[in-house]
Design a protein around this ligand. Sequence first.
Ligand code: NAD
Length: 487
Amino acid sequence: MLEGKLLIGGKWTSCESKFESLNPATGEVFGRACLAGKKEVAEAVEAARLAFPDWKKTDISERARIFNRIGDELLKRKQELKTLITTEMGRPLFESDIELLLTYEMVKYFANEGKKYLEGDAIPIKSDTFSFTRYEPVGVVGIIKPWNYPLLLPFWAIAPALLAGNTAVLKPSDLTPFVGIEIGKICQAAGIPDGVINVVTGDGSTGECLVGSNIDMVSFTGSAETGKNIMKNSAEKLHRISLELGGSDAFIVFKDADIEEAINGAVWGRFMNAGQVCVSPKRIFVESGIADSFIEGFVSRAKRLVIGNGLDPGTDIGPVVSMEQREKLKLQVEDAVMKGAVIECGGKIPPALQDGFYYEPTILTKITPEMKVMCEEVFGPVAVISVFDNMDEAVALANGTVYGLGASVWTKNLDIVMRMSSQLECGMVWVNEVCTLHPECPWCGIKHSGMGKDLSRYGVREFVSVKHVNINFGKGKTRGWWFPYGN
Ligand code: NAD
């Protein structure tokens, strides 16, 4: 049984309240972590505040060198880290391995490229007047992250925030506290000074304490519901906030697309990580004429997926993360069926996997807009497929949601690409691609999917303030627009 501690000011300390971390493949407890309260959170924020002046002054090349070492630490610990991720949140080892490599690439990207995005701009105005901008760290950042990419998402914020000279307190998800603790250990091993990164484990109440504490900014990734709460609670203190929230991405297949490729992309995109991905194609729209063959191919491939414990090498789909998550999924499917949806496959707990939190890959057709599967985010292995007749209808269906994270369009026609990419209401559009990310490219949503920007130059600048410096070299003792106004 693992015992978790809090990282505060470079020291690992315990606290009285504890909570359990479960293995979703078995439902068994595999660790007990500290549930940090107001006192521990305040101590962690104080430690980050104390560390801030020196860290801000540290040369950026030195900060970058530390992040290069963090990348190396990630690779060194690859085996134990991927096993921990799979044990704590359930996904196949192969996918945990990919998460680790994506984290490595992103950390190295910020270490090697981040500096150039933090150099201010020179703005010549007139011969005797000159301005320049400086990018300055915001201060102490509260980083609150979910469980579905428990290593990658905290580092999406830690790497740019710390590289830019901020210090931070990380609050990992209550479903993956031990991956969060490992993040603290990795940063320490790479030489991050005491207090620059602190880790407080706990649940939503710990997150609420962090939002209400003496921080300067919240970097949040999670559900829209929690995001709204954080925005409300930040209003009083006027914290800067960055919110990356849920999604209900459209996957739109036009009849000129390579159908086989689109089917393979949809099956992987929707069922990878047991469907628990923010940009997973949660609503699939197929043009009439190819709908029957698309559905047939999609169902036949989904039926071949192997469901089981993520630690078994042959597993394609692991359990969902918790009993609560599975219950929500069951209710969403029941609601759809009650309103006329047809279950093409799945729709139940696999009979041979009653322990743990498994749910069969499920495909629903005959979908109507008022069903919960269309109005709410469906965070699990449930695919819903509808048919459209023309591009205008496809746009209306895709935009018919409060969410605006990503969309995936399948076509060979450049005219369709240009029109869809301009008309879709979302932050990211993939064409003949699904669920991919590159550290060089921005990651962002609109509408109820939030207002944050991750990765790329935009991701670094999320964590800095712009200061404008204006210099006058010798205009004389007065200006034409100063007093006195008369003569
Ligand atoms: P969640 O909102 O339940 O929890 C996220 C984090 O917030 C956790 O650490 C949790 O303990 C904390 N929290 C809960 N209540 C809080 C409160 N009142 N104040 C402060 N912190 C609080 O989300 P989840 O179930 O962990 O994650 C799944 C969600 O995250 C999905 O909606 C998914 O789409 C979204 N997500 C978005 C992105 C993106 O880039 N847009 C990426 C991954 C996941």
